[in-house]
Design a protein around this ligand. Sequence first.
Ligand code: GAR
Length: 195
Amino acid sequence: MLRTVVLISGHGSNLRAFLGACADGTVPATVVAVGADSEAPGLEHARSAGIPVFVEPLERGVDRDAWGDRLADVVESCAPDLVILSGFMRVLPPTFVHRFAPMIINTHPSFLPEFPGAHAVRDASAAGVTETGASVIVVDDGVDTGPILAQRRVPVLDGDTETVLHDRIKIVERELLAEVVRDLAARGSAVLQEN
Ligand code: GAR
């Protein structure tokens, strides 16, 4: 059973799906805590499942490295085997990443290296591509630049709004995350070193 800490910033629909996959045994993992950089609505999914939550706000003017250290201290106190960024919309300082590397992964709503950053779905829509995708990567010091663990194409359909396209991508993100976590539970960090 992999002990995971999940970090979110928003509605946490992927977190909700991951909690469901842990609860029904689809994924051999347990979420020991959920953290956020603000009072994210998605924290409710953890609270209603009885999972501890923590919030470490990154306010304007706050020293980013000090914030990263505080966040890392809380995450480390949960003794996770794996840290999952699931819609966590802050760039983590290298000091944070290095404390958990390589057991820190991120889900992203594009076929990386296409459309990195915070607006991947909007950027894909604006570019007029006929397909985009979803990826799960290892987090490194860059923005969405880490080794790719799993990815799959998702078509852009006529009439797609950004929300409709994003919802279709998230379905794939959830499948990829489950596949990666199953693989990590079975084979450990050897999976990460192959990439
Ligand atoms: C997901 O699509 C996730 O990949 C994305 O935010 C969404 C969160 O949705 N993350 C990024 O774009 C990170 N660069 P959710 O809050 O409904 O799970």
